[in-house]
Unconditional design. Structure first.
Length: 311
């Protein structure tokens, strides 16, 4: 049973009782997701597979980040040293209960750590730390979505040994960065908005490349963004909204925590639980956070996802 209460005006808060572990609403996510996402399907693989790039029968319609058009050669090399499968421990679950953990300030002093650790699958974002914050954010990480500029310089310190490190490719240089790192070739230093790690000690067997299909769904179906945008007006989904979209395509229960930004009038409130960065830092980004907030609120209204913190 889940309680619903209004934390504040326009907020959605669903504290989850312990006995939710015994309940599995099989089919509910698919049914509700179809109301929000046109042509919703679970037929697309989560991660890119090598076999699909030896002979591409259906070339991708879009370039990155919404497709792989023009990046097939580098993908052949990268996918030959990474993997694509889900761990058997997840694949065999009769019910996949997932928590998508955002990086929001509202996780600070939330004491949500133990609750987050009870989920079968815990998805985290970018370089958000775990050590030192376990009481609020938990210690379990099943998947971590990231791109080169947001990669933690030492992925072994903030993840479990079996954590899947999922590359979210925004541009061809992201593939090149990963390939040079894993093959210990001469590092790529140009083509990034911020210098990514030059040393990134990760086990290639734990690395996956996210299928750009999910970025396309997030942009086109949830944010109504055109797939081809003028260079000066480009907008892209955040990794957080992308992670929720991914969860909606392979989980039977999706709960979120740490999502939402401070009110725009609150200039001094930090946006992350682990660093002193304010909303001002988002001004130059290619993300429309208010647009994304509307999409998440719609999911909450439909009961498609539930919130462990307020939004």
């Amino acid at each position: 049973m889940v309680w619903y209460s209004i934390y504040r005006e326009d907020s959605f808060y669903f504290p989850v009782q312990e006995n939710n572990k015994t309940m599995c609403p099989l089919g509910e996510v698919e049914k509700k997701a179809a109301q929000l996402i046109g042509n919703y399907t679970r037929d697309h693989p989560l991660f890119l597979q090598l076999k699909d790039y030896f002979w591409v029968k259906t070339p991708s319609l879009y370039e990155l980040p919404y497709g792989t058009k023009g990046s097939e050669d580098i993908l052949l090399r990268l996918l030959s040293i990474t993997h694509y499968s889900l761990p058997e421990s997840i694949q065999s679950l009769k019910c996949r209960r997932c928590a998508v953990v955002g990086n929001g300030h509202r996780l600070r002093n939330s004491s949500m750590g133990d609750t987050i650790n009870t989920y079968d699958v815990v998805i985290r974002l970018n370089n958000a730390p775990v050590h030192g914050y376990e009481q609020d954010v938990g210690s379990k990480t099943t998947m971590r979505l990231f791109y080169p500029e947001s990669a933690h310089f030492d992925p072994r310190t903030e993840n479990n040994p079996d954590t899947l490190l999922v590359l979210v490719p925004f541009k061809p240089m992201d593939f090149q960065w990963m390939e040079t790192i894993l093959n210990d070739k001469k590092r790529v230093r140009k083509g990034f908005w911020k210098q990514p790690p030059l040393i990134w000690d990760a086990n290639p067997e734990q690395v996956r490349v996210l299928n750009p299909y999910y970025m396309e769904v997030t942009a086109a179906k949830l944010l109504n963004l055109p797939m081809k945008q003028p260079r000066k007006v480009k907008q892209k989904p955040t990794t957080g909204l992308l992670a929720i979209t991914l969860a909606l395509h392979f989980c039977d229960l999706v709960h979120i925590a740490g999502f939402g930004y401070p009110d725009s009038a609150n200039k001094k409130q930090t946006i992350h639980y682990y660093e002193q960065i304010t909303l001002k830092s988002m001004a130059a980004s290619e993300h429309n956070v208010s647009h994304e907030a509307v999409a998440i609120k719609r999911m909450l209204e439909l009961g498609l996802v539930r919130n462990l913190t307020y939004f």
